[in-house]
Write a protein that binds this ligand. Structure first.
Ligand SMILES: Nc1ncnc2c1ncn2[C@@H]1O[C@H](COP(=O)(O)OP(=O)(O)OP(=O)(O)O)[C@@H](O)[C@H]1O
Ligand SMILES: Nc1nc2c(c(=O)[nH]1)N=C(CO)CN2
Length: 174
């Protein structure tokens, strides 16, 4: 069965824009994944552990035949292929791919929690997500409500649009 999923992708080490390009390219190359939308790129101050470089963040919509665990494995494979080294939680990373939503499904296991447990408190997730979320009106309203409840300035999450789109991306059309 085809499911629409949303990912959050972040990077704050090295050639950040290139890292995003590479991640999108690897997603697109997968035969069971069709990337249907990519948000603008946002540059954001680090949240959580704040003593680290600014991030670039995007959200991506995709359609896939993979189940949620297979999609997670693919995300982790892409992280590894791009040379991510795990140092410490919320620390700097070449690339980070988190599953935000997988259809309407909910998971709460050791390996996988969906919706992503921290997505509704992270402006760097919600702002790009709102931009591309067209599939589900109820979920979009949930995202917008969470976003309005956040005080972006107070959070120290300076968001600004960097680039219109990930270069060379051609959305998959049904
Ligand atoms: N929705 C999800 N998307 C991606 N990973 C998840 C999800 N739910 C649980 N996980 C688990 O989280 C583990 C740790 O992920 P990671 O090291 O990327 O955390 P983090 O990005 O530092 O922090 P955060 O989870 O706050 O974004 C992964 O091994 C994975 O099994
Ligand atoms: N701005 C920003 N801050 C973060 C990010 C991120 O992608 N962007 N990812 C984190 C770990 O998940 C922790 N903090």
């Amino acid at each position: 069965m085809m499911t629409t999923a949303y990912l959050s992708i972040g990077t704050n080490i090295g050639e950040r824009e290139q890292n995003l390009q590479d991640a999108v390219k690897l997603l697109t190359a997968h035969e069971a994944i069709s990337v249907t939308a990519i948000s603008s790129i946002y540059e954001t101050a680090a949240v959580g552990y704040t003593d680290q470089a600014d991030f670039l963040n995007i959200a991506v919509a995709l359609e896939t035949e993979l189940d949620a665990y297979e999609l997670l494995a693919e995300c982790q494979k892409i992280e590894n292929d791009l040379g991510r080294v795990r140092e410490f939680r919320w620390g700097p990373r070449i690339i980070d791919l988190d599953i935000l939503l997988y259809g309407q499904q909910q998971y709460e296991t050791e390996k996988l929690i969906i919706p992503h447990p921290r997505m509704y408190e992270r402006a760097f997730v919600l702002v790009p997500l709102e931009e591309i979320m067209t599939q589900n009106y109820d979920m979009l309203v949930g995202v917008q409500k969470a976003l309005h409840a956040l005080d972006i300035e107070k959070e120290g999450v300076n968001l600004w649009k960097k680039i219109n789109t990930v270069a060379e991306f051609v959305p998959f059309e049904n």
